[in-house]
Design a protein around this ligand. Structure first.
Ligand code: SF4
Ligand code: SF4
Length: 206
C-alpha cells in the first residue's frame, strides 16, 4: 500500500505490469526525469514490489510476482486512466530481456567523504567501469554496479558503502549517485549539500 501511495509509482507499476522495462523505457513511458524514475524504482525494490535483472549493460525491471499484479490491477481500477496511457507509450521490450538474469538487491553509494578528495583509488579496481567523476566527487552508476564490493576497501576516507549500510546522515547521497548520468544535476546536488553542511574535506597527504 505504501508503494501505491504515489501516483508516479502507480504509473511505473502499470508499465511494468504490461511487460518488463529498462529505466530508459520507463522514462519515455511516464515522462519523468531519470533520477525520479530511479528513485521510485529503488523504493519499489526495497518494498519487494519490483526486481531488477541485469541484461548486458542494461537492467530490466519487472513486477516481483503475480500477486503484485493482482493487487495493482485492483488499485489501478480506482485511479485515473493515465497508467493505461503510459503503458501504450512504453517502447516494446524484447522477449529475451525477460530471460534469467541476476537479481539486484543493493548497489554501492559514494558519500560525503569523497567531496573535494577524489583520489580515484576506487576507479582502478571497478571491473565494470561504473565509477564516474563529476566536479567535486565520484559517483557510482547504480544501473551498472554489479555489487562486487571491490571498491569499498580501496577508499582511504571510507566514502563507499553498500546502499543498505549507508549511514543515515548521508542518505542524500543516494539521490546524488542515482542522478547519474545527469552530471549537472549531480553537481547541483553536491554543491547544495556541501554548502548546507559546510563540508571542508581535504585530500589525504600524498
Ligand atoms: S577512493 Fe574514495 S575518496 Fe577516492 S575517489 Fe573513490 S570514493 Fe572518492
Ligand atoms: S561495488 Fe564493484 S561494480 Fe560496484 S562500483 Fe564498486 S567496484 Fe564497481
Amino acid at each position: 500500500m505504501q508503494a501505491l501511495a504515489s501516483p508516479s509509482r502507480v504509473r511505473l507499476l502499470a508499465c511494468l505490469s504490461a511487460s518488463p522495462c529498462s529505466v530508459g523505457d520507463l522514462v519515455t513511458a511516464v515522462e519523468l526525469e531519470q533520477s525520479a524514475v530511479s528513485h521510485h524504482l529503488r523504493t519499489l525494490r526495497e518494498l519487494g514490489v519490483v526486481v531488477g535483472r541485469r541484461r548486458g549493460r542494461r537492467v530490466i525491471y519487472a513486477l516481483h510476482d503475480n500477486h503484485i499484479r493482482t493487487l495493482l490491477d485492483e488499485a489501478v481500477g480506482h485511479v485515473q486512466p493515465d497508467a493505461a496511457q503510459d503503458a501504450e507509450r512504453r517502447p516494446a521490450v524484447a522477449e529475451s530481456d525477460t530471460d534469467t538474469g541476476r537479481y539486484l538487491t543493493v548497489t554501492y553509494i559514494i558519500a560525503e567523504p569523497c567531496i573535494d578528495v577524489k583520489d580515484k583509488s576506487c576507479i582502478d579496481v571497478c571491473p565494470v567501469d561504473c565509477i564516474h567523476e563529476v566536479n567535486r566527487m565520484l559517483v557510482i552508476d547504480p544501473e551498472e554496479c554489479i555489487d562486487c564490493g571491490a571498491c569499498e576497501p580501496e577508499c582511504p576516507v571510507e566514502a563507499i558503502f553498500p546502499e543498505d549500510a549507508l549511514p543515515d546522515k548521508w542518505e542524500p547521497f543516494v539521490n546524488i549517485n542515482y542522478a547519474y548520468p545527469d552530471g549537472d544535476a549531480i553537481n547541483g546536488l553536491v554543491d547544495s549539500y556541501a554548502t548546507e553542511h559546510d563540508v571542508q574535506n581535504t585530500p589525504p597527504a600524498a
